[in-house]
Design a protein around this ligand. Structure first.
Ligand SMILES: Nc1ncnc2c1ncn2[C@@H]1O[C@H](COP(=O)(O)OP(=O)(O)OP(=O)(O)O)[C@@H](O)[C@H]1O
Ligand SMILES: [Mg+2]
Length: 361
């Protein structure tokens, strides 16, 4: 008898799903270890806790729990929201309600099986995003071909016409045609960058050289605003394995955003650092302990919370002439290099973008 009790106790303890045993007045009488983990609280703190505290504002759950005990019925796949007392957090759950039948066939208690579906939901969302990208990729490949050809015809003809036009007003219109064609071309190129399968021909790359090559390109725009770059480079930085052209694109996008956000006379600081012991705090964020970080700091208009949330969403832009692909493309490239991008921003104070890239030892 003792042995079989032990056996059941072991099952109860080692189930990956949480179990709550509840009394007829819908209070918790027993929990297993998985339930402790799911709710992030100790077994002790569960004792006598009412069900409505664990699943607040969900009369449907209370009703099902009561019904399963009073009428002896089971319910499967009931969706609900669990509550983390420790941090006021909420998480999605999938519940199964069963009556607990005692030896005398009387029902005075019920069991609730709990699956935390946060991870599942996250995976579903991610896979929707990947699906989204793969549809976009098919579309882009087709579009690029179909649009680029006529576009180069339009551009060529406009340029020929421009040569012959004497009237300044007409010339201006023709210049707009060319400018806009170039804009569409840039958009298509960016869409292709976002959706093209990643390149993996990594070569030893000097990050300072990458930065210098792109800062030259953006210097003019910043000087027009009477601003300047401030470079603070860590001389101990080793080379990293990377695709130089792709990294140039990342830093060009980021520096361009910083320049565009800068006010008159604004400084954009570019600093680098070699970390040998930096590990991200969150477990899933663990990055190689040897990494370099490039930090781009502007004292520009900063971002609102809403902008921060959508920052990496393709086509999200707050600019009149933006494509909203700069950050999405940058993230894709950095992730392909097994790196991370970290953003902090304060409205009207400025933005700090940090790009972490691993150093292969
Ligand atoms: N340094 C920054 N300061 C303030 N806002 C920024 C900064 N970087 C990005 N943003 C915000 O994020 C949005 C998306 O940036 P992203 O680079 O993806 O697109 P974009 O700059 O609008 O267009 P594109 O890069 O195609 O020219 C911007 O429109 C802007 O609102
Ligand atoms: Mg941009």
């Amino acid at each position: 008898m003792a042995e079989s009790e032990n056996f059941y106790r072991n099952i109860f303890a080692s189930l990956v799903d949480g179990i709550l045993v509840i009394s007829a007045d819908l209070r918790v009488t027993k929990v297993n270890q998985a339930a402790e983990e799911i709710f992030q609280r100790s077994r002790r703190s569960f004792e006598g806790e009412s069900l409505s505290k664990l699943f607040p504002d969900q009369p449907n759950i209370i009703k099902k729990a009561r019904q399963s005990i009073t009428e002896g019925i089971s319910f499967h796949h009931v969706e609900g929201i669990g509550y983390h007392k420790s941090n006021n957090g909420r998480f999605p759950v999938n519940l199964t309600f069963s009556p607990l039948i005692k030896d005398d066939l009387e029902i005075t208690a019920g069991a609730i099986l709990i699956q935390d579906t946060s991870l599942l939901k996250e995976l579903q969302e991610n896979s929707q995003q990947t699906e989204h990208l793969s549809t976009l990729s098919t579309l882009t490949a087709g579009m690029a071909h179909e649009i680029r050809n006529p576009l180069s015809g339009i551009r060529g003809s406009a340029q020929l016409l421009l040569k012959d036009l004497k009237n300044n007003g007409q010339r201006e219109y023709m210049e707009i045609v060319i400018e806009e064609v170039d804009r569409i071309n840039r958009l298509i190129k960016k869409m292709m960058d976002l959706t093209r399968p990643a390149l993996n021909d990594f070569q030893p790359t000097n990050i300072h050289q990458v930065l210098e090559e792109i800062l030259v390109l953006e210097k003019g725009s910043l000087e027009m605003k009477e601003g300047a770059f401030v470079q603070v480079y860590d001389p101990s930085i080793p080379t990293i394995k990377a695709n130089k052209d792709e990294l140039k694109q990342v830093f060009l996008n980021l520096v361009k955003n910083a320049v565009e956000a800068s006010p008159k006379g604004g400084r954009v600081r570019i600093s680098t650092q070699y970390n040998t012991d930096y590990i991200f705090r969150k477990k899933q964020d663990t990055l190689s302990p040897h990494n370099i970080v490039v930090k781009i700091t502007d004292s520009g208009l900063g971002m609102t919370k809403t902008t921060m949330k959508k920052l990496f969403t393709p086509f999200f832009t707050t600019k009149k002439r933006g494509t909203g692909l700069g950050m999405a493309v940058s993230l894709k490239i950095v992730e392909n290099h097994h790196g991370k991008i970290k953003v902090t921003s304060n409205e009207n104070i400025g933005t700090v973008i940090q790009v972490f890239l691993p150093v292969n030892k």
